[in-house]
Design a protein around this ligand. Structure first.
Ligand SMILES: NC(=O)c1ccc[n+]([C@@H]2O[C@H](COP(=O)([O-])OP(=O)(O)OC[C@H]3O[C@@H](n4cnc5c(N)ncnc54)[C@H](O)[C@@H]3O)[C@@H](O)[C@H]2O)c1
Length: 413
């Protein structure tokens, strides 16, 4: 249990793994003392380095295990300056009242741009021509080389990335059709396909932008590839498990498909320099890239801003928007009010107990938001006035800390 008193002196934040420096300056501008280390840390190093930190920022190599969390009871938030959060013991963090934030959509434009490039590369067979010229082979020919204007692009999964691909593709003169399990508003002149099969049958290029779920595992296999137009091209920059790679290789080898661009694979090497094998290697007009769709310097900058912004909003306002393991609460700041954050175990009667204490202390609530998940409740309380300022908020806080359901209380301002 921590009383989490905010804004007393400089609160410390540790960033590791060479996180984008804008993140550090953003948080320093808000009055936090930020240490940025270039490398990832082991469990023991992390426990030592973050002993007095209220927040930690990591990327994919530093593991926030249950052991690390238990050793850092003062910790209030974790920032994952990347897309995935597998490296964080999310359940343990939730039970400890610590939200984890990530940046799932900061690199979507980068992926969309790569897909647009691949549509043109595939249509002109530029990879094969490039390889030939490097080998000293000169094949000046228009055979199998087409403009993309007037062709049809089918987008499977019309979310953050799919929609951007749709807008960009249309500006190059492609006709765009999409398929999504959710109701999605078409952008520009993009149109919805009635079924996946209809999309596959009418598209010259099919690009996949679905998440990895039980429904999308092996979603594109031999029968779907057979349903694509002869000479059509498949692009997958979503998740490796969505396409059966051997079926795709067979469809290319048979000549039914004209090419493919694949950025993600069912099994990917854990680190750079490790060997990689795929049935798609050395096939004609097939582009293979090492899961770099979202890897640009702009995306890194965007991730730095998005996650540092989420951490700042949580630490200063109590907002949990962008958290992957916490109930969502967002309450705009009301001028002249004071805010307390109360994290508690989600059992019946907590709100009644909290409100009784507030009423005993004759504090007037002007805003209150509660959200819960199975384990915890997250409550923001705004008061119009504390009779004797800090003393009053301190008394309230102490009484709330006295409840056996309370996990932490913070006075934000
Ligand atoms: N290659 C990379 O480097 C890279 C970078 C970022 C994201 N990604 C991947 O790209 C994919 C899309 O990302 P996003 O940000 O656009 O996600 P998103 O959540 O914004 O959009 C996904 C869309 O797919 C739809 N969908 C889900 N299941 C479906 C199904 N069975 N059939 C049809 N549509 C379905 C959803 O309704 C949603 O509209 C994800 O798998 C993500 O992991 C890859």
């Amino acid at each position: 249990m921590s009383n989490g008193r905010a804004r007393e002196g400089k609160q410390k934040i540790l960033l590791v793994e060479g996180i984008q420096p804008d993140a550090k300056s953003n948080m320093e501008a808000e009055g936090f003392e930020v240490t940025l280390l270039p490398k990832g840390l082991s469990e023991d190093e992390l426990i030592r380095e973050a002993a007095d930190c209220i927040a930690i920022g990591i990327r994919s190599k530093t593991r926030m295990t249950a052991k690390v969390l238990a050793a850092l009871p003062q910790l209030r938030a974790i920032g994952a300056f990347c897309i995935g959060t597998n490296q964080i013991a999310l359940e343990a963090a939730n039970k400890q009242g610590v939200p984890a934030f990530n940046a799932p959509f900061s690199n979507t434009r980068s992926v969309a741009e790569m897909v647009i490039a691949e549509i043109v590369l595939l249509s002109r067979r530029l990879g094969d021509r490039n390889n030939e010229v490097h080998r000293g082979v000169w094949t000046k020919s228009a055979l199998g080389s087409r403009e993309v204007r007037g062709k049809t692009l089918g987008i499977v999964g019309y979310g953050h990335i799919g929609r951007q691909v749709g807008v960009l593709a249309e500006s190059m003169g492609l006709s765009v059709v999409f398929h999504d399990v959710a109701a999605r508003l078409p952008m520009g002149n993009n149109r919805r396909a009635e079924t996946l099969e209809q999309l596959l049958g009418e598209s010259d290029f099919v690009t996949l932008h679905v998440p990895e779920t039980a429904q999308t595992k092996n979603m594109i296999r031999a029968s779907h590839l057979a349903a694509m137009k002869a000479g059509g091209c498949l692009i997958n920059a979503s998740r490796g498990t969505v396409v059966v790679i051997e079926d795709l290789a067979a469809a290319i080898q048979s000549g039914h498909l004209g090419g493919a661009a694949v950025d993600v694979f069912p099994e990917e090497p854990e680190g750079n320099g490790q060997a990689f094998k795929s049935a798609l290697q050395n096939l004609p007009n097939v582009f293979l890239t090492p899961h770099i769709g979202g890897s640009t310097s702009e995306a890194q900058v965007a991730i730095g801003h998005e996650v540092s912004g989420a951490l700042i909003r949580f630490l200063t306002l109590g907002s949990t928007t962008g958290s992957v393991n916490f109930p969502l609460v967002e309450l705009p700041r009301r001028e002249g009010s004071h805010r307390l954050v109360h994290v508690h175990r989600n059992v019946p009667g907590v709100l009644r107990d909290v409100n009784r204490i507030v009423s005993d202390e004759q504090a007037n609530i002007v805003g209150q938001v509660l959200a819960t998940d199975t384990e915890i409740g997250y409550l923001l309380l705004d008061f119009d006035d504390f009779a004797s300022g800090d003393q009053m908020s301190g008394r309230l806080r102490d009484r709330l800390l006295g409840l056996d359901t309370t996990m932490s209380v913070r006075a934000l301002y």
